[in-house]
Design a protein around this ligand. Structure first.
Ligand code: AHR
Length: 502
């Protein structure tokens, strides 16, 4: 069997684990909202029309933050349509997803749902068809306690206390030609600066995210970040990254190594941001909001027939994830943890039905997709500080990235709790690998938990009929001896091991 070795030492801390690494995303797209989180006629619906089965799964997933209401949707959205008496709300065409938007679910409903799901909202403003004034109006409606027209309007809608939104995205993917209101980097950078300046006049302590590139393969990638930040550096806190991965042309090796791309993406954007900051003599550091990431088989969507009508809650982007996809998602979470010194927040896109870890049937059940498991386990076990992991492992050849190690890992250590969590992937399709881990510096006493996600059929998936076809299995290979642990990782697998430390 092939072997690999890891060394972990609390002297080499990367950064604290940020709870906001475990964010998600709810967009008015397909069935994410309607028949996803909201379905008043459903047997589990509560008094607000929220599906309780989905709320329970959202809490189990360990989501900390939810981006809302888009995505591409936000670039044509009028937030006023979604407030006030439901029967008076307008029905609109959603141009981004060619759907009918009834506005039955809007801002107040989202705030109530977020409270029940115990998540913090990450709000997005429309900088596609709208601008500074509408963003400031939304902020006034949401965050000003009382005594202004819009604050009083919110109170007249039954929300006496302000919503207190802290984190905001200044538009969405404005580099993308598909985006309503697509702009050049200079145009967008100036608009982001004007919007940020005005919003900070209302509330200085907001956490603001400027749009970065919608993928690292955009032709403008790099220049976009540089020019946008030259315009708005001192007015924003984060720049966004978006990345979706898929297995193409049977190239499973490159797909399994998707985290290498995420590593490069983060390193490249932080280098650009730091160079802009240095040129401006700024004392501020811009971090990353990785506010869309996931596996997404975009070809399935793109090859679909364009709809002729304007359907309500159509089945869009309902990818069914395999165990291989889940291993990749686990690997991407390892990359995000590893970059906790610069990735301040991250949102898996999306939460329910639309490329989501949770699936539902209208009027039917809700279940966990394969990708639910690595997210839930990482969110539950990651605590304390992220530690650097020194890895020596055999390499495999990939068409996209050249040679990459077959094992990738991240570790977190909570000295107070006396727990060390280790997250590992075996990216090899060829066979298992035995990993030995030098943990002597944390005095491991026992193994609290050890689970692996893998399957003899790498295409195995969960469905409404077989919701638990793929679940994490206990990994009984873990041995602990004199501060060193060994664990065997099956081919194409993701593993979490938690140690009790002294
Ligand atoms: O998450 C699906 C879509 O992907 C979002 O609406 C958009 O921002 C991105 O292109």
């Amino acid at each position: 069997m092939r072997t690999a070795s890891l060394t972990i030492d609390p002297a080499f801390s990367v950064a604290p684990v940020h709870r906001h690494t475990f964010g998600s995303f709810v967009e008015h797209l397909g069935r994410c909202v309607y028949t996803g989180i909201y379905e008043p006629d459903h047997a589990t619906a509560d008094e607000d029309g929220f599906r309780k089965d989905v709320l329970e799964l959202t809490r189990e997933l360990g989501v900390s933050l939810v981006r809302y209401p888009g995505g591409n949707f936000v670039s044509g959205y009028r937030w006023e349509d979604g407030v006030g008496p439901v029967e008076q709300r307008p029905r609109r065409l959603d141009l981004a997803w060619h759907s009918l938007e009834t506005n039955e679910f809007g801002l107040g409903e989202f705030v109530r749902w977020a409270g029940k799901a115990a998540v913090e909202p990450l709000m997005a403003v429309n900088l596609g068809t709208r601008g500074v004034q509408e963003a400031v109006d939304l902020l006034e409606y949401s965050n000003v306690a009382s005594g202004t027209r819009l604050a009083e309007l919110r109170r007249s809608h039954g929300a006496d206390a302000p919503f207190g939104f802290r984190a905001w995205c200044l538009g969405n993917e404005m580099d993308g030609p598909w985006q309503i209101g697509h702009k050049t980097a200079r145009e967008y950078g100036r608009l982001a600066a004007e919007t940020a300046r005005a919003m900070r006049m209302v509330q200085p302590d907001l956490e603001l995210v400027a749009c970065g590139s919608s993928s690292s393969s955009m032709p403008t990638f790099g220049n976009w970040e540089r020019e946008v930040l030259q315009e708005c550096y001192d007015l924003v806190d984060h720049i966004s990254c978006h990345a979706y991965y898929e297995e193409t042309d049977g190239d499973v090796a490159s797909f399994l190594a998707s985290a290498v791309d995420m590593d490069h993406f983060v390193d490249s954007v932080t280098a650009t941001a730091d160079a802009v900051g240095a040129a401006l003599h700024s004392r501020k550091r811009i971090n990353i909001s990785f506010d869309e990431w996931n596996v997404w088989y975009q070809t399935r969507f793109n090859s679909a027939e364009p709809p002729r009508d304007w359907p309500f809650a159509p089945r869009l982007l309902e990818d069914v994830y395999s165990v291989t996809d889940a291993v990749v998602v686990g690997g991407l979470l390892i990359s995000l943890l590893r970059h906790s010194d610069r990735v301040a927040l991250a949102c898996q896109a999306q939460l329910v039905n639309v490329i989501g870890p949770i699936m539902t049937e209208p009027g039917g059940t809700a279940w966990r997709q394969t990708i639910f498991h690595p997210f839930a386990l990482t969110s539950r076990l990651a605590a304390g500080e992220v530690l650097r992991v020194e890895t020596t492992a055999p390499e495999m050849e990939t068409a996209r990235f050249g040679p990459v190690t077959i094992v990738d890992a991240a570790a977190t250590y909570d000295v107070g709790l006396g727990r060390l969590a280790l997250f590992l992937v075996n990216r090899s399709v060829d066979g298992p690998v035995e990993v030995s881990v030098d943990l002597r510096s944390v005095n491991p006493e026992a193994v609290a938990e050890s689970v692996s996600l893998y399957d003899a059929d790498r295409h195995a998936a969960n469905t409404a009929d077989q919701p638990d076809r793929v679940v994490p299995k206990h990994n009984d290979s873990v041995r602990l001896d004199g501060g060193r642990a060994t664990v065997t990782l099956p081919p194409i697998s993701w593993t979490a091991v938690e140690f009790v430390t002294r």
